[in-house]
Write a protein that binds this ligand. Structure first.
Ligand SMILES: [Zn+2]
Length: 316
C-alpha cells in the first residue's frame, strides 16, 4: 500500500460513524418484521426504527426525502434484499451515507443464507410485464425458521459494529432461536391435521409458509406477482380451485378483498387475511405473534369450511 492509498484508507475509516451518543447501535430497517427481530437480537444495546408500517406493501412504497433523513442517523440499515423493495436503493443513495451503500458493513441484506424458492430459470428473467420476484421469492420471512437465519445475519452485523457486546448479542440470538424452534414445533403439531390441504393465495407471498406447514398451493388470484386479475383469470383461478378441492384463499391487508372474497364464495369457501408483517393486523405484535396469528387464522378458516386431511395427507 503506497502512502496515498494508505491515507485514503484511513480517511475512509475516519468517515465510519461512531456509535450514537449513548453508545447504542442505531438500526433502521425497511420493514417492521426486520425491526422486531433486530430489537430482539440487539436488546438494550440498540435503538431501532422501521421505514415501513405493518399494513403497507413492501413492493409499493414510494421513496421519500423523510426516509433518506432517517437513514442519515443509521449505523446499520437492514433490508430484505433481492427485488423485494424497489425503493430501497433510492433511499440508500439519497441518504449519501457511504457506510450504508451496498457491499459496506452498514448495509445488511437479510436474504443472505436463505434457501430461496421460485428462482426463475435463466432466460425467464424479464420485467417486460412489470414482473417482480425476478431473483426468487422475497417473502422468505414468513417461514419462522427463516426468521432464525435472519436473526443470525443481524447478530453477525451487530457483533461487527459493536464487538464489546458480542456475548450479549450471541445470547440474545440463542434465546430467539430457541423460542422460534419451540414455537415452530408446537405450530407444526397443530397443523398436522391439515397436511396437504390445498389452498389458493392472492399474491405469491406464502410459499415459505405453505411448505413449512405442509400445505399445498394450487392457484393464485394474481396472474403474476403484482399484476391484478381480469375476469378471465378469476374464472381460471376458480376452475383450478374447484378441480383441486381448494376452498381457502389467503390474502394480505392491502389486496383487493372483493376479488379474494368473490373467488372464495364461488368455490363455497372463505378468504382469510393473514399477517404479512409485524403490525399488519393488531394481533401481530411481534415476530412470534405474527407466526402464531397466521396459523390460528388459517386453522379457524379450515374449521369453518370443515376441511380435514385424509389419512394419505390429501384432502378429500
Ligand atoms: Zn411479492
Amino acid at each position: 500500500m503506497n502512502h496515498q492509498t494508505c491515507l485514503i484508507a484511513s480517511l475512509a475509516l475516519a468517515a465510519a460513524p461512531a456509535l450514537g451518543a449513548r453508545g447504542e447501535v442505531h438500526i433502521v430497517t425497511s420493514t417492521p418484521t426486520l425491526a422486531d427481530i433486530a430489537r430482539q437480537v440487539g436488546g438494550g444495546h440498540v435503538s431501532v426504527e422501521s421505514v415501513m408500517k405493518g399494513p403497507e406493501n413492501f413492493h409499493n412504497i414510494i421513496a421519500k426525502p423523510s426516509h433518506m433523513m432517517r437513514l442519515r442517523k443509521a449505523d446499520l440499515f437492514i433490508h430484505l434484499g433481492l427485488d423485494a423493495e424497489p425503493w430501497v436503493p433510492l433511499i440508500i443513495r439519497g441518504s449519501r451515507q457511504g457506510h450504508l451503500y451496498y457491499g459496506e458493513p452498514g448495509n445488511v441484506d437479510a436474504s443472505r443464507g436463505i434457501a430461496l424458492k421460485e428462482v426463475p430459470a435463466r432466460g425467464e428473467l424479464t420485467r417486460a410485464e412489470g414482473d417482480i420476484h425476478v431473483f426468487g421469492n422475497p417473502h422468505y420471512h414468513l417461514d419462522p425458521l427463516n426468521g432464525v437465519i435472519i436473526a443470525r445475519t443481524i447478530a453477525d452485523a451487530l457483533i461487527a459494529a459493536d464487538s464489546p457486546h458480542r456475548d450479549d448479542y450471541e445470547k440474545n440470538f440463542q434465546d430467539f432461536a430457541g423460542r422460534i424452534d419451540a414455537l415452530t414445533t408446537r405450530l407444526t403439531e397443530r397443523m398436522r391435521a391439515y397436511q396437504g390441504t390445498p389452498i389458493a393465495v392472492y399474491h405469491r407471498s406464502w410459499p415459505y409458509f405453505v411448505d413449512r406447514f405442509g400445505l399445498r398451493q394450487v392457484a393464485e388470484v394474481q396472474p403474476k406477482p403484482g399484476i391484478e386479475p381480469g375476469p378471465r383469470h378469476l374464472s381460471d383461478c376458480i376452475e383450478t380451485m374447484e378441480r383441486a378441492g381448494a376452498r381457502v384463499v389467503i390474502t394480505e391487508t392491502f389486496n383487493n378483498i372483493r376479488n379474494a372474497e368473490y373467488v372464495a364464495e364461488r368455490v363455497g369457501g372463505r378468504a382469510v387475511v393473514l399477517a404479512h408483517e409485524v403490525g399488519a393486523v393488531p394481533e401481530a405484535t411481534s415476530y412470534e405473534a405474527l407466526v402464531e396469528y397466521n396459523v390460528d387464522a388459517l386453522i379457524e378458516a379450515f374449521q369453518a369450511i370443515g376441511a380435514t386431511a385424509a389419512p394419505d395427507g390429501s384432502t378429500p
